[in-house]
Design a protein around this ligand. Structure first.
Ligand code: G3H
Ligand code: ZN
Length: 287
């Protein structure tokens, strides 16, 4: 069933595992993520960035796609459809359209404004049973053209943000979007612990999940991370499998150029990666 992310993340937090939130871009990725979740018997969050939703034809198309595929694929595991890094207007639109979860990302705004807008989004969302994620501090690297500074979240600000009534919190703890540089210092577990101590058991979100070593993922989960966002790694395996198919000239054999054949290896690679990450995050078998 299509559900808000609140309950699945609370269960994850209590059960010491995390739910993967995977970004989709099109039909193939959406099918791949749903297939992986069903095979792994894992709850899952399918998320669209503002850019990906625009590419796919709008939020309504994304929502209908997920809903219709869940029906035709006989999906039995809990699925949330979530707006990733949304501006205020986009979060409001998604709540209106029927998304079951939204991230309002005001992390680049002055903190007071971030807080005020968060309250408005929470009020609109909770009136419709939609879950809300907000961000404090900054995730380093680029997403949808917005470059984050990577500044660590201030625990006091995290506490204030949680008091707005949000359902889960994204806090900058040294995590970065995209691939991690050679000299990356790793996640700041001290800061994560300080934030967890003052935020009353709220599920925490780890952005930039691609490229974080398993031991750091596990430690982050043990300290309260319950949602892990993965985007770049899916793109990498999709591109690599597609490149291999073309370099082996399979597109030149038989009807190999048929888009259904051309896109299959990449799609299969996304299924495998998502299942593997569910295994890492401990959500396999939790549906
Ligand atoms: O919001 C999306 C994520 O934080 C994805 O980060 O592309 O580094 O996996 P990633
Ligand atoms: Zn992110």
């Amino acid at each position: 069933p299509l559900v808000s992310a609140t309950e699945m993340l609370q269960n994850a937090r209590k059960g010491h595992y995390a739910i993967g939130a995977f970004n989709t871009n099109n039909l193939e990725w959406t099918k791949a993520i749903l297939k992986a979740a069903e095979e792994a018997k894992s709850p899952v969050i399918i998320q669209t960035s503002m850019g990906a939703a625009k590419y796919m034809g709008g939020y309504k198309v994304c929502l209908n796609l997920v809903q219709n595929l869940m029906e035709s694929m006989n999906i039995t595991v809990p699925v949330a459809i979530h707006l990733d890094h949304g501006e205020y207007d986009h979060a409001m639109e998604c709540i209106e359209v029927g998304y079951t979860s939204v991230m309002y990302d005001g992390s680049h705004l002055p903190f007071d404004e971030n807080l005020e807008k968060a309250k408005e989004v929470v009020a609109a969302a909770h009136a419709k049973g939609v879950s809300v994620e907000c961000e404090v501090g900054s995730i380093g690297g680029e997403e949808d053209g917005i470059i984050g500074s990577g500044e660590l979240a201030d625990p006091e600000q995290c506490k204030q943000m949680v008091e707005t009534g949000i359902d889960f919190l994204a806090a900058g703890i040294g995590n970065i979007h995209g691939s991690y540089p050679e000299n990356w210092a790793g996640l700041s577990f001290d800061r994560l612990k300080e934030i967890a101590d003052v935020t009353d058991g709220i599920p925490m979100v780890l952005h930039g999940g691609s490229g974080i070593p398993l031991d750091q993922i596990q430690k982050a989960i043990s300290l309260g991370v319950s949602k892990i966002n993965v985007n770049t790694e899916c793109q990498e395996v999709f591109a690599a499998a597609t490149r291999k198919y073309i370099e082996e000239e399979k597109d030149l054999q038989g009807k190999g150029f048929d888009p259904r054949k051309l896109l299959a290896p990449g799609t299969d690679a996304v299924v495998e990666l998502v299942k593997q990450r569910m295994e890492w995050f401990g959500s396999t078998g939790k549906a």
